[in-house]
Design a protein around this ligand. Structure first.
Ligand SMILES: [Zn+2]
Length: 185
């Protein structure tokens, strides 16, 4: 079969539009049963056929390898994260907690903030949007992802505490030995 440029193929398709339509229709009539059977199968069932799976994966890879797709995906993820900011971080917290085998529960962050709107470690009063939620005993040290193990923290304390045990953090803090050598402001 000779190869055609996309322009040639397009011209050919336009010229033989009716023919092609008819051929497609005849082909459909001929393979109707097979098409219908295939349409009834779910993607999951179809994927059990290695040939189909191979083709499908190649198709997906091809569709996802375009600059248009990548730009769309980037924009989509940006909008998705903006629209789901709270949910996303809660999901991530729960997932991280689940990963280290901790108890996973729903946390009422609003209630925690309302109960004490200040940094647990330095006492600084905090606006809702600047609050960090800190695992008092870090998840990596066996702490649980539960309300009793969550403290309100200012970004500075939360970031300098990282995954230190609370007593270790408070000890370095009292001596002014925290990472950046003290609290700003
Ligand atoms: Zn603080």
């Amino acid at each position: 079969m000779p190869t055609h440029s996309p322009e040639e193929s397009k011209r050919y398709r336009e010229k033989h539009k009716e023919d092609l339509k008819l051929r497609k229709k005849l082909d459909y009539e001929k393979n109707k049963a097979a098409y219908k059977a295939r349409a009834r199968k779910s993607e999951k069932q179809l994927m059990q056929d290695p040939e189909y799976k191979k083709k499908r994966f190649a198709q997906i890879a091809k569709n996802h390898d375009t600059p248009e797709y990548k730009a769309w995906k980037k924009q989509y993820m940006k909008e998705y994260r903006a629209a789901n900011r709270g949910k996303f971080t809660e999901y991530e917290r729960r997932r991280n907690a689940a990963k280290v085998g901790c108890e996973v529960v729903q946390i009422d962050y609003e209630a925690l903030y309302q109960a004490s709107p200040q940094c647990f470690y330095c006492g600084k009063p905090l606006k809702r949007e600047e609050v960090h939620f800190d695992h008092y005993v870090p998840l990596s040290k066996g702490g649980s992802h539960s309300e009793s193990n969550i403290r309100i923290a200012c970004p500075f304390c939360n970031m300098s505490k990282k995954d230190k045990m609370p007593e270790d953090f408070l000890a370095t803090k009292d001596k002014g030995l925290s990472d950046s050598g003290g609290h700003p402001g």
